[in-house]
Design a protein around this ligand. Structure first.
Ligand SMILES: Cc1cc2nc3c(=O)[nH]c(=O)nc-3n(C[C@H](O)[C@H](O)[C@H](O)COP(=O)(O)OP(=O)(O)OC[C@H]3O[C@@H](n4cnc5c(N)ncnc54)[C@H](O)[C@@H]3O)c2cc1C
Length: 340
């Protein structure tokens, strides 16, 4: 079914809760709808939207927002371990389904907002797992060729929160189904974000136990999108070379004393430094600009604290953070949140 609504209010469709509208909102519930849709007649530009949890609308959108609301129960083939899920299924509902079936794969990605379609665009990640680790196939409508295609994840150039869907292929494919490969054999990933510690004393691990543990850790750190507007991590964590990292360490020691330790992770021969740490060191933790604030429990997140924050207030806070981190550490932070 195709539903078209002109002058649509997007404020409940984006987790930042920006009070914006689009000229036309189109929702489809089946693949055939894409064959029927007269793309040429739609107000331009066209954007595809999932749950709106990684977007910052800078103002009203002059064109068409298309939502793929293909849902339904996951189609599971126990022999191959493959499960195919509609692009409009809430990703966390899929994680819950897998935990119920005692299947391993997405448990560390529990509670990430958004839909399955976007999971393959974003290469969502958390607690040592990225969705590319469990992706098997992506089915999409190719707007250039006007036909359905299967895309192998090996062709998507997945990286840290990125893929060709966000770069060279931007706007070309409308994802309708995503196939994940799950496993009945235990595959726990425990070495990130305090999971192992939280599981101390547990003798039998299960996807459900890990899922529940991760939900507990996330709830303590991150704003609940049902209560406070945000788009999760606002910035990507920067990666620097070793010499640059040493300069950051010496600045940190000058600021905080010789015992100061700079959190970091090795990525090949380069070093990833948490942007949250830099933001906090620059004095932005808890800082507000109008209705927008740097979240106190996790400075990587900017929240719409008042519920009435404007896009300009958020962007001004974003720019102030980028300038301060650049001035102190010579590192340019890049937003993870897509600005529309
Ligand atoms: C509180 C909070 C915590 C978060 N934590 C994490 C985290 O731990 N890890 C993480 O990786 N992310 C996290 N995020 C970010 C966000 O949840 C993910 O980026 C998520 O995948 C976005 O899904 P969405 O359906 O909301 O997509 P949207 O924000 O609507 O869209 C994201 C992009 O995907 C494209 N897109 C969406 N659906 C389709 C489709 N069917 N076909 C083609 N393109 C499509 C859009 O055009 C856009 O470019 C968090 C966000 C919040 C609010």
């Amino acid at each position: 079914m195709i539903t078209r609504t002109a002058d649509f209010d997007l404020s409940t469709r984006n987790t930042f809760r920006m009070k914006v509208r689009c000229a036309l909102f189109v929702e489809i519930t089946a693949e055939e709808d894409l064959q029927e849709l007269d793309f040429a007649s739609l107000p331009k530009p066209l954007m595809v939207m999932g749950g709106g949890s990684n977007l910052l609308f800078r103002g009203d959108f002059p064109g068409t927002v298309l939502h793929v609301a293909i849902t339904g129960a996951p189609a599971w083939d126990p022999g191959s371990g493959l499960v195919t899920v509609g692009a409009g299924v809430v990703f966390d509902a899929f994680c819950d389904w897998a935990a119920q079936k005692d299947l391993w794969g997405p448990e560390n990605l529990s509670l990430i907002p958004g839909e399955c379609g976007a999971s393959a665009v974003q290469n969502i990640g958390a607690y040592g797992v990225e969705v590319k680790d469990i992706l098997a196939d992506i089915r999409a409508w190719d707007t250039l060729e006007g036909k359905f295609v299967h895309i192998s994840p090996s062709h998507c150039a997945y990286g840290y929160r990125t893929s060709l869907f966000k770069t060279d292929w931007k706007g070309r494919y409308i994802i309708t189904y995503v196939t994940y490969r799950l496993s009945a054999d235990p595959r726990p990933v425990l070495d990130y974000g305090g999971i192992r510690k939280a599981l101390e004393g547990q003798e039998v691990l299960s996807p459900r136990l890990i899922r529940d543990t991760i939900i507990g850790i996330r709830n303590a750190k991150l704003p609940d999108p049902a209560v406070t507007g945000s788009a999760g991590s606002f910035f990507c964590n920067p990666v620097v070379d070793k010499a640059h990292f040493e300069r950051i360490v010496s600045i940190a020691k000058e600021d905080n004393g010789q015992d100061c330790k700079v959190p970091h992770f090795e990525v090949g021969d380069r070093i990833k430094v948490p942007a949250a740490w830099m933001i906090e060191q620059c004095g932005f933790k808890g800082k507000a600009n109008g209705g927008a604030r740097v979240y106190r429990n996790q400075p990587l997140v900017i929240v719409n604290e008042s519920g009435d924050a404007t896009p300009d207030e958020i962007v001004a806070l974003e720019n102030a953070i980028i300038r301060a981190v650049e001035a102190k550490y010579g590192v340019t932070l890049h937003p993870e949140v897509e600005h529309i």
